[in-house]
Design a protein around this ligand. Structure first.
Ligand code: NAP
Length: 290
């Protein structure tokens, strides 16, 4: 009897996952390297995700990603974490070594690589405004702190969360000036004026008809030195936040590059092989065009 070809299973946990383009990108990478593998979309509620992590030793997957809104929960529940995930407080990639499931965070690498390579921005000594304080904001802030920015201002819908995050990171990186407040506070205008880089880390802008976390009149016109507005959202390619900033003459970048680089790093943890980044990028761009 002909032996069935064996294949490996990978996947992504999150909710909602209707927008995710990780499967097309990862499956293109597997195919390029001749790996027989599927990458599954595993949309689950919080109780289901917790139950899965508690019985992870029986998991048949080879590795998986974790996305909104479970990155912090995965960090709390996984027994083994690489130092980056521990420091960030969020896990987006889980891989297996010697029978142990280990959590890491490739968003840090994805964000910094896109910022430096795609946007050509060197964060050292710069002032940054970060909007949002969830799992991805943690990775962004950690990456910027590693690159020795001079000041980070965190603004969040619920101010207490931004303040908690700033206080937590201040203990790890005390050479940086930390500020935190609510998105509706009076400091927003001032923070926008001073910032060299503004990073949008909330899901606001993903759904049709969504607005922006910033109101138009607060965004200053670009002077001789343009600011960079980075939106972690990649679908739509241009959110209201990016449209506003572009209309004022600033440089804008969406989250597509970050998605490719973080996915490439996850792929390398799972397979031990160098990821075909160009193929992943091309596949993602084509999928976004459709
Ligand atoms: P998360 O952990 O659920 O955090 C969401 C954050 O957004 C919280 O700070 C929350 O504020 C804020 N927020 C949610 N809805 C809001 C609204 N309507 N107005 C203002 N603030 C709002 O999510 P996450 O993992 O950080 O992900 C955030 C976004 O980044 C998602 O769109 C995700 O797709 C994107 N992302 C992209 C990449 C990439 O590779 N391009 C990687 C990671 C994430 P409260 O605390 O006040 O609730």
């Amino acid at each position: 009897m002909k032996k069935q070809a064996e294949f490996r299973l990978y996947g992504i946990f999150g909710n909602p996952l209707g927008h995710t383009l990780s499967p097309v990108m990862q499956e293109a990478a597997f195919e390029t390297l001749g790996e027989k593998a599927f990458y599954l979309v595993l949309e689950t509620g919080l109780p289901g995700f917790r139950k899965f992590l508690k019985s992870i030793k029986h998991c048949r997957l080879e590795g998986f990603n974790v996305t909104v809104p479970y990155k912090e929960e995965a960090c709390r529940l996984l027994k083994h974490l690489l130092p980056d995930a521990k420091a960030v407080g969020a896990v987006n990639t889980v891989f297996k070594r010697s029978g142990k499931w280990i959590g890491t965070n490739t968003d840090v690498y994805g964000f910094l690589t896109s910022l430096e390579k795609d946007a050509g921005f060197n964060p050292q000594g710069k002032q940054v405004l970060v909007l949002g304080s969830g799992g991805s904001a943690r990775a962004v802030v950690f990456g910027l702190a590693l690159r020795k920015v001079s000041r980070i201002t965190l603004l969040n819908r619920h101010a207490f969360k931004a303040k908690k995050l700033a206080a937590e990171f201040k203990k790890k990186f005390n050479g940086i000036e930390w500020n935190a407040d609510g998105l509706a506070s009076s400091v927003v205008g001032e923070a926008l004026k001073d910032a060299d880089l503004i990073v949008q880390c909330t899901p606001l802008g993903m759904k049709p008809g969504d607005g922006s976390v910033l109101s138009d009149e607060l965004i200053p016109k670009a002077g001789a030195k343009k600011k960079i507005f980075f939106d972690l959202i990649y679908r739509p390619a241009k959110t209201k936040f990016l449209t506003q900033a572009e209309a004022r003459g600033h440089k804008v970048i969406n989250g597509a590059g970050m998605l490719v680089y973080q996915g490439a790093k996850s792929f390398e943890y799972w397979t031990g092989k160098r990821a075909p980044v160009a193929v992943m990028k091309k596949t993602l761009c084509e999928a976004l065009e459709h």
